[in-house]
Structures are given as C-alpha cells and as structure tokens.
Design a protein around this ligand. Structure first.
Ligand code: ADP
Ligand code: MG
Ligand code: ZN
Length: 489
C-alpha cells in the first residue's frame, strides 16, 4: 500500500508591538529581561480591570493577512478560551474563535519540485501566555512563573491540510519568516520562541479523501528540526500502519539530540475550553478604508522579489531566494548592481559578478563577525567601485578579496586602500616578463619537467612568479608570458 502524507500548520507569531495586546505593559525580550518586571493588573488578570485592543497589533495582523491574500473581516469577535493553568493568570486566554480577523488566503511555494499552492484557513489575533520553568531541587519539584510574556500580542496563522512533503513544510515556514520580517511584524527568531511552528501530520492511502489520524509536533525551534520532525513522523506513521498498528492522536515533542519525537499529551487530555464571546471587549471593526490602506502599502513581498530576481537577472530559484529572503540583502544586491552597470538591463556577467561577491565574500565576512546589513560599513557603491577596479584590471581578483576585508573593517574606500598599500595590479608586460625569466632561472628542474611533458608544473611556476610580484601581477598576462617563455618562444 502506498501512503500519502497530509500536513497542516499552525504558526504563532509574537508581534513587535511596543505594548502588549490589551494593556500598556512594554513587550520585553523574555530571554534576558528580569522575570515579572513587565506586568500590570490588566495582564495579571486582577478583577475589575478592562482590556483595550492594541491598534498596532491589528495593523500588523492585517498586513500579514493581506499579504497572504486573505479575505479581511470587517467585524471580528474576541472570545474567551477558558482553562486553568498558571501560565495564564486570568484563567482564560483572549483569542478569536468563530469570527477571526481574516480567512481564506493562499500562498504559492517555490519548492525544488516546482510550485505548490497552500490555502490559508484563518489568521487571528490573541494574547500569549506566561512562561513556566519547571525545577527539580533537593527532591522537590516546583515551577517558576514569569508573566512578562503573558498578554503579548500573538498572531496565529492556520493552513488547510495541503502540504504533502516535509520540504513543502520547510519552504512555507521560511517564506512566512521572510514575510513577517519584511513587514516589520516579527524578528523571525525561532530559537527565541517568538515564532512557533506546529505541524499536524497524518498519512492516508493514495486516492483516499478522508484524513488520517493526526499527530501534532511542538517545540520545534529551527527549520531543520521542523523538516526532520515532519519526515520522522511521516515514516513512523507508515511503518506503524504497515506493521498492523494504528496511529494514536496525540501531541509529541522533538528530541534534538536523539532526532526522534516523543509523546507529550494524548487526546484524552483534551480540554473543553468553553469558548464564549469576550464580554469586556467590543467587536473589532475594520473599515474598508483601513483595509485598502493596508493592501496598497504592502511592499514587494519576498516571493515576488525572488521571482523578479530570477526573471530579470537570470538567477536560479535558489540564488534569487538567497538574496530575497532578507529584505536588506536584496536591496543591497540591487544597489551594487545599479551603481556598477552602465546599461539596463545589466549583462549576465555583471550580475554573476555581483551575486558572487555579495553572497560569497561579503556574506562570509558578515557571518563570521555576526554583522547585519544595518551595521555594515561597506556601502553598495563602495563595493561597486572595488568591482570596477577589478574589471578594469587595476587590481587582480585575489588582491580585491584582501581589499574587501580591509574595507569591511575600516570603511575606507577601495581606492584609498590601494594607494596606501601600493596594491595596484601590475599589468606591465616587460616587468612581468622579467619576473618570469627570473623564476625560470631559479627553477631549472621544473622547467625541464615541463618541457618533458609534465605541463602541470606550470601552476607551481605561476605561484613563484606571483610571489615575486607580491600577488599583484595581472594573472592573464602572467600566464601568457609564462607559457611563451616555457615554450621557448
Ligand atoms: P485542532 O482543533 O486540533 O487544532 P484543527 O482542525 O483546528 O485541529 O486543525 C489544526 C491544523 O491541523 C490545521 O492546520 C489543519 O489543516 C491541520 N489538520 C487537521 N486535521 C488534520 C489531519 N487529519 N492531518 C493533517 N493535518 C490536519
Ligand atoms: Mg491544534
Ligand atoms: Zn499589563
């Protein structure tokens, strides 16, 4: 029997509003702020307090929903989801249930196997819960409660069960992360838990319409863990069914060390949340005017930019996504290109050069030092100037790389560095010929070997001449002079 994986995703995104969803408490970085320093009677759930809807949170939510091509609801309703647990001091979470902010959206994924359309079921607003830390000490176990996160505005994005592979799930998560960063809604830090992805996985025989029993994975804090966790569950379900077993509906966690899932909660533990409309809040009204404003203010979206790069510049899908996934990276790339090229559209060689330098040398320097585009000292036109000097033969490729390292640390221009350090490329044929002659005279054995047919020694001799030139010789001139003299012309 052949089985088809069926997966749907729930994603929670903490929004970068300055204050919480329903009160004036500041939103603090829960990984380093002192516990319980951003709490007030409203988010602590004191009787007699009243929540107020955060307008910025609604604006952010509308942006995401509009980018996902959802129908925006002119009226949406907040509801109480009741449960008793110390991470939620009120005894209930305010969320949207029957009438969410937005529904029926879609996103087209660019996967290695082509395009895949995923339907978005709903996008709704809610508040986050506090953080519990479970402690074992001297035979006692207890839990510490930090309410800094309780009440922070949260966006939940739920898809239809449209995914058919672990790769599709990863591409969706990466696309969504890029989107919320473009829109300024979230930092996309999976490790910090500000973006939380929960896949629901089932399998069914090919051709069957009815869904199989689903398992939900929690605590996935990287795209790698997400892809592997989903693949692991798909295999587990198929093996279980093939060996005569039945999948149990449950929630599992992902063990990063063992690369396996483990059971956390079974269906029997499911709550009855007794949802009802939140009596302390009015319906949320979004005018047509507001919706139109949000839609028309949307920037070029990451996947749109990626497609444009592929089309306009002839980059592969992977290459263009590498640049488009981060807004500032794509902008930097285009700025270098604009300042380098003389004609529009740029020729393919110019595009390849800029792509190679930005994603190769520059990204490497940025990664090693943890530098972002916001603090990068090399302006796009400064990199373009360096690339022009290389193209004009003023410095060679390797010297260019060394110059970039200096520019990265000092913010000096390429021209300044070249003149201060005397790095100009030597293209003078007579000077290079003299260096070649000297190197050949010093290495008679290699010259003899070359002439006896062992032509690969030319690389060694090339290195010797380049060393004499202090790395600055024009490599094309060097190679042709070397070949000429070796062949005795
Ligand atoms: P729950 O109420 O348990 O959270 P929902 O019906 O709201 O379940 O669905 C949550 C997510 O799980 C959605 O993304 C949905 O597409 C997906 N989903 C629901 N049933 C299945 C299934 N049998 N297999 C895979 N995904 C599913
Ligand atoms: Mg669920
Ligand atoms: Zn508060």
């Amino acid at each position: 029997m052949q089985y088809e994986p069926v997966i749907g995703l729930e994603v929670h995104i903490e929004m970068l509003t300055r204050s919480k969803m329903f009160c004036a408490c500041p939103v603090v970085d829960s990984t380093n702020a002192a516990p319980n320093t951003a709490v007030c009677p409203v988010c602590a759930g004191h009787p007699g307090t009243l929540p107020v809807i955060n307008g910025q949170a609604v604006e952010f939510a509308l942006r995401v929903a509009a980018a996902l091509e959802c129908e925006l609801a002119p009226i949406s309703i907040f509801a109480r989801k009741n449960y008793f647990y110390p991470d939620l001091p009120k005894g209930y979470q305010i969320t949207q249930y029957e009438q969410p902010l937005a529904e029926n959206g879609k996103i087209t994924l660019q996967t290695s196997k082509g395009e895949k359309l995923i339907r978005i079921r709903r996008v709704h607003l809610e508040e986050d819960t506090g953080k519990l830390t479970h402690v074992e000490e001297n035979g006692h176990s207890f839990s510490l409660v930090d309410l800094n996160r309780a009440g922070v505005s949260l966006l939940e994005i739920v898809t239809e069960p449209d995914f058919r592979s672990a790769e599709q799930v990863r591409v969706y998560a990466e696309s969504l992360r890029a989107l919320v960063r473009y829109l300024g809604v979230n930092s996309g830090d999976l490790e910090k838990g500000v973006m939380r992805i929960e896949p629901n996985i089932s399998v069914r025989p090919f051709g069957q319409d009815e869904l199989g029993t689903k398992v939900e994975i929690k605590n996935l804090n990287s795209f790698r863990a997400l892809e592997r966790g989903v693949a692991y569950e798909i295999n587990r379900h198929i093996e279980l069914i093939n060996s005569g077993g039945k999948v149990a509906q449950e929630t599992v966690g992902w063990d990063e060390n063992k690369q396996v899932t483990f059971s956390q909660r079974s269906k029997e533990d499911a709550h009855d949340y007794r949802y009802f409309p939140e009596p302390d809040l009015p319906p949320l009204l979004v005018s047509k005017h507001w919706m139109d404003d949000v839609r028309s203010a949307l920037p070029e979206l990451p996947w749109q930019r990626s497609q444009r790069f592929a089309q306009d510049y002839g980059l592969s899908a992977t290459e263009s996504w590498q640049l488009a996934a981060e807004k500032a990276a794509g902008e930097y790339f285009e700025a270098v290109l604009t300042s380098l090229v003389t004609s529009r559209p740029p020729n393919p060689a110019e595009v390849r050069t800029v792509y190679a330098w930005v994603t190769g040398e520059l990204f490497a320097l940025m990664n090693i030092s943890g530098t972002g585009f916001d603090t990068l000292k090399i302006q796009p036109n400064a990199l373009a100037e360096l690339l022009k000097m290389i193209a004009a033969g003023q410095v060679n490729q390797n010297t260019g790389k060394a110059i970039l390292v200096t520019m990265f640390a000092s913010s000096q221009s390429a021209a300044q560095i070249v003149s201060e350090q005397g790095l100009s490329q030597v293209s003078d044929v007579q000077m290079i010929t003299e260096l070649v002659s000297a190197a050949l005279a010093e290495n008679p054995t290699e010259v003899a070997n070359y002439r006896a047919g062992k032509t690969t020694v030319i690389n060694f001799l090339f290195g010797q001449v380049m060393r004499k030139a202090g790395g600055k010789a024009n490599p094309q001139v060097l190679r042709s002079e070397l070949e000429r003299l070796l062949q005795g012309n």
